[in-house]
Design a protein around this ligand. Structure first.
Ligand SMILES: Cc1ncc(COP(=O)(O)O)c(C=O)c1O
Length: 408
């Protein structure tokens, strides 16, 4: 797809100021018009609670389950839960994954904290080992780990494989009971092959958790091929939704677990408001039991639903392909000036890291970009760039001009 065509597809869908170059959807999506409109209508509707029907506690959440299920290639909306953050669903998964001394859990080095602290806690509480996988070039026999009280997990030096996928697969011994990884690394967009990792997880008898917050919505993902036990995405980045929303899909074998909290709506028969104090022992079916309290959020759910419809209409494949076309030439140009970006096959096109020539400090580059109204993030040693359909070649030109201008 040519940039112009995709721009037309997303034309007028966002209200970003025309004079800025916002290349940071990995930080937060600008709110699309239809999502903003849904939010305004929801606030107006909240003027009068008598207009709220008992069904409004259930139907919007169920429509969202269906949209999210379809987005991950599932026809089982009942296997989707609503959370308030990625960390919530990850903590719910950890609560239901039995590990103990002698077991191993595998995560990536510099993985996003919401997908790290929970596993560190589980390692500390259970005595299981947490193996923190490193990629080649940063040292490591692939993984090192610590377990037991106070475990933070640690990575060892050596000759680690060059790709995250190979490093993860190497680290997955027969003792591995859990692997929890993203689809792309949040710092630089490097891709993981979730089909290969999922296969290895099944061979080891390990639970497989995916944090797709930095990819779902802009990069195709399918539970039928990756076969995760849980995949979660926060709503406010590539799903184009509001903050404080997240959605998770759960495998069948995870559906009988215990939620993080005991709330009224997750119990069987909660539709019958008059009988709520006839306390019910059974949880609602499927993944609904894992929903966060007050999941019916009357302001945020209409926004999330509108956002999911938009992403589903545009399709993650088209968004990825648009970004690929958009960034191809500018990145080749930057490479001629000593900037380094992973090969296209090893990284995403909606999120990638630009490593700077020797002597150019990331903070100096970020400041110069910000002075020119080019918005990106610095993550570690890379400038992280994250375009979407609202970006045009003009935005990438502005980025390249500033960066090249900083080189001798
Ligand atoms: C990979 C990844 N996961 C999750 C999150 C958000 O986590 P939470 O929803 O727990 O705040 C982010 C935010 O930047 C992220 O980059």
């Amino acid at each position: 797809m040519r940039p112009l065509e995709a721009k037309t597809m997303g034309a007028d869908a966002f209200r970003l100021p025309p004079d800025i170059h916002y290349l940071n959807c990995a930080y937060m999506s600008p709110t699309p018009r239809v999502v903003e409109e849904a939010g305004m209508q929801a606030i107006i509707a909240s003027r009068n609670p008598t207009q709220l029907d008992g069904r409004d506690f259930f139907a919007p959440a169920d429509r969202i389950r269906a949209l999210f299920a379809a987005l991950v290639g599932s026809d089982r909306p009942g296997q989707v839960s609503l959370a308030a953050a990625a960390s919530y669903a990850i903590a719910t998964a950890a609560r239901n994954i039995p590990v103990g001394r002698g077991d191993r859990m595998v995560v990536l080095d510099e993985q996003f904290p919401s997908n790290m602290y929970t596993w560190r806690r589980l390692a500390a509480d259970s005595g299981a080992e947490l193996a923190v996988v490193r990629r080649g070039g940063t040292g490591g026999a692939g993984a090192g780990g610590t377990g037991g009280a106070g475990a933070g997990g640690s990575a060892a030096g050596g000759n680690a494989p060059a790709s995250w996928t190979a490093a993860v697969i190497d680290a997955m011994t027969p003792e591995t009971r859990l692997v929890s990884v993203p689809h792309v690394h949040w710092t630089d967009g490097s891709l993981l092959d979730l089909i290969a990792i999922g296969q290895r997880a099944r061979d080891c008898g390990a639970w497989f958790v995916v944090d797709a917050t930095q990819s779902l919505g802009a990069l195709p993902f399918d539970v039928r091929t990756a076969q995760p036990d849980m995949v979660v995405a926060a709503g406010y980045k590539w799903l184009l939704g509001p903050y404080s929303t997240a959605l998770a899909w759960w495998s069948e074998r995870m559906l009988g677990g215990v939620p993080l909290e005991e709330n009224w709506i997750n119990r069987r028969g909660s539709e019958n408001f008059a009988a709520l104090v006839d306390y019910e022992e059974a949880y609602a079916d499927g993944a609904i039991r894992y929903d966060v309290g007050e999941r019916s959020n009357f302001l945020l759910l209409p926004m999330l639903e509108a956002a999911l419809r938009l992403v589903s209409d545009w399709t993650p494949a088209s968004i990825q392909s648009y970004c690929e076309t958009l960034v191809g030439e500018p990145l080749a140009h930057l490479a001629e000036h000593g900037f380094r970006v992973d090969a296209a096959a090893e990284r995403a096109s909606h999120l990638f890291g630009i490593r700077l020539p020797a002597g150019l400090e990331p903070e100096r580059a970020r400041q110069a970009l910000s002075d020119a109204d080019v918005y990106v993030s610095v993550r570690g040693t890379a400038i992280r760039v994250a375009p979407h359909l609202y970006n045009t070649p003009r935005d990438l030109d502005a980025l390249v001009d500033v960066l090249v201008g900083l080189t001798p």
